[in-house]
Design a protein around this ligand. Structure first.
Ligand code: ZN
Length: 204
C-alpha cells in the first residue's frame, strides 16, 4: 500500500511557511515503512532538530481506480481518519532550496501517524465540513475544518488518480492547516475529529 500526501492545501498554512499558492495540488509519497507502529512513541530522529507536527484528515481507499471522475470519487472511500505527517522541517528546507526531493524529510520511520480507528463517512453530513484538531500537552495547537481545503477530498482523489492507480488500502493524507510547530521530547499529542480522540502519541 502507499501513502499519498498532499501539501499546501490550506491557505493559512501556505502563508505561515511563506510558500506560494500552488496551481495544482502538491503531491508526494511516504513509504509504508514510515507508519508509526500502534502504541509506540514517536522517537525524534537523530538527523533533525526541527520535527514539526502536521495533523491531517486521512481517507482510506476501498476500490481500485485510475482516472477517477470527481463525480464518482465518493464511491472510492467509506471511512475518514486522522493522522500526523511528521516533517523534518530543517532537512526539508535544505532539500527544497536545492530543488531536491523531500522524501528523507517526510518518509523516515515513524513519520506517518495513522489514528487508532476510522469513522464511517456516513456519520458526517458532508465530508467537506469535518472539524478536527490537534492538542499538544492539553492545548489545542491546530484546528480546522475540511471546508477550508483548497482542494476538497473528492477533487484530490480525482487528481492523484490521474497519476497513480489507487489501490485498496492506500491512504491519502489531505494536507495540514496552520499551526504546525516543533515537537520536543516529553510532548503528548492527541488528535480529534469532533469529540472522537483518534490518537494519543508520546514524543521521545
Ligand atoms: Zn503534510
Amino acid at each position: 500500500m502507499k501513502l499519498i500526501c498532499i501539501g499546501r492545501n490550506y491557505a493559512k498554512h501556505i502563508e505561515e511557511l511563506e510558500n506560494e499558492r500552488p496551481e495544482h495540488p502538491v503531491v508526494f509519497l511516504k513509504p509504508d515503512s514510515s507508519i508509526l507502529l500502534k502504541k509506540h512513541p514517536f522517537v525524534i530522529p537523530p538527523f533533525s532538530n526541527d520535527i514539526h507536527h502536521e495533523v491531517e484528515i486521512l481517507v482510506k481507499i476501498t476500490k481500485i481506480g485510475k482516472h477517477i471522475n470527481e463525480k464518482f470519487a465518493h464511491t472510492y472511500y467509506d471511512e475518514i481518519g486522522l493522522g500526523i505527517d511528521f516533517t523534518a522541517r530543517d532537512l526539508q528546507s535544505k532539500l527544497k532550496k536545492k530543488g531536491l526531493p523531500w522524501e528523507k524529510a517526510k518518509g523516515f520511520d515513524g513519520a506517518a501517524v495513522i489514528g487508532d480507528f476510522w469513522l464511517a463517512k456516513d456519520l458526517f453530513k458532508t465530508v467537506d465540513d469535518i472539524s478536527f484538531r490537534l492538542e499538544k500537552n492539553g492545548t489545542t495547537v491546530q484546528e480546522a475544518s475540511t471546508r477550508q481545503m483548497l482542494w476538497k477530498i473528492d477533487a484530490l482523489i480525482s487528481y492523484v488518480s490521474q497519476y497513480f492507480t489507487l489501490k485498496i488500502g492506500d491512504i491519502i493524507f489531505t494536507g495540514t492547516p496552520a499551526g504546525v510547530a516543533r515537537v520536543e521530547e516529553g510532548d503528548k499529542l492527541k488528535g480529534y475529529i469532533g469529540d472522537n480522540e483518534l490518537f494519543s502519541i508520546n514524543v521521545k
